[in-house]
Design a protein. Structure first.
Length: 239
């Protein structure tokens, strides 16, 4: 007896009768199901950049460390606004004050205070990313990290990826059916969308030069589904 593909699970859901080849008989087609996964990927050019820009200052006197930090971060914010970054796209990400100590002869010796102010900056004119980073550094920012790229309307591209994922699942089901010589119902019994959030694409940056080149590249937006198809399979009739 030829190999009969095993179903993933059983169900009493009715399946339309189909033609049975001569000399063969249809087995329990109510139970015959296959489960396939479909993946769709859309590559798009990002149109938004985000970066963490910050200032770290140190001083024995806490007030002086804070005042210096405030002065520099104010200059950085002014530089950002001059280059067209809106106030709503400049957000304090963190503000910390930490005492600093050295260990001398096994003893803890107070060295001063460290004040750190980090801004999360959203850059909507992605072409000016390098220019904005350079202006921030020139204004006194001494922390630049977490540069990443994304798109402003990801749902539009996700719908395209989802359609491609469905097509991929249909092709896989048809391929499996052809290879095993079984008839696959082209209408899936069930489709489950696997939620996928496109993460921002990180950019690894070296120490900034006089002109920082920023190449955003492309972003991959991915959709994944799981689809269950019914199929009808046969076996040779016993004499």
């Amino acid at each position: 007896m030829p190999y009969i593909p095993q179903p993933f699970f059983t169900s009493s859901y009715p399946v339309q009768q189909t033609y049975v080849p001569a000399g063969k008989e249809c087995i329990d087609y109510h139970a015959c199901k296959m489960k396939v996964e479909g993946t769709g990927i859309v590559r798009v050019q990002p149109d938004i950049a985000t970066a963490s820009l910050g200032v770290v200052t140190e001083n024995v006197q806490l007030r002086q460390a804070q005042a210096e930090n405030s002065r520099i971060i104010t200059a950085v914010i002014s530089a950002l606004k001059e280059l067209g970054v809106e106030s709503g796209d400049i957000q304090t990400q963190s503000y910390t004050i930490e005492p600093q100590y050295d260990f001398v002869d096994g003893k803890q010796v107070f060295r001063g205070y460290r004040v750190r102010h980090i801004l999360k900056v959203t850059i909507r004119d992605i072409r000016r990313t390098g220019e904005i980073i350079d202006a921030s550094v020139a204004s006194g920012a001494n922390i630049v990290n977490n540069i990443s790229f994304s798109v402003s309307q990801p749902s539009n591209y996700y719908q395209q990826a989802l359609k491609a994922a469905i097509d991929d699942a249909f092709v896989k089901a048809a391929t499996i059916g052809n290879r095993l010589q079984v008839r696959v119902n082209p209408v899936p019994e069930r489709i489950v969308e696997e939620r996928y959030e496109a993460p921002p694409m990180p950019f690894l940056m070296q120490a900034a030069d006089a002109s920082t080149p920023i190449q955003p590249g492309q972003i991959e937006i991915t959709a994944r589904i799981e689809a269950v198809f019914r199929y009808v399979c046969y076996r040779q009739q016993e004499n």
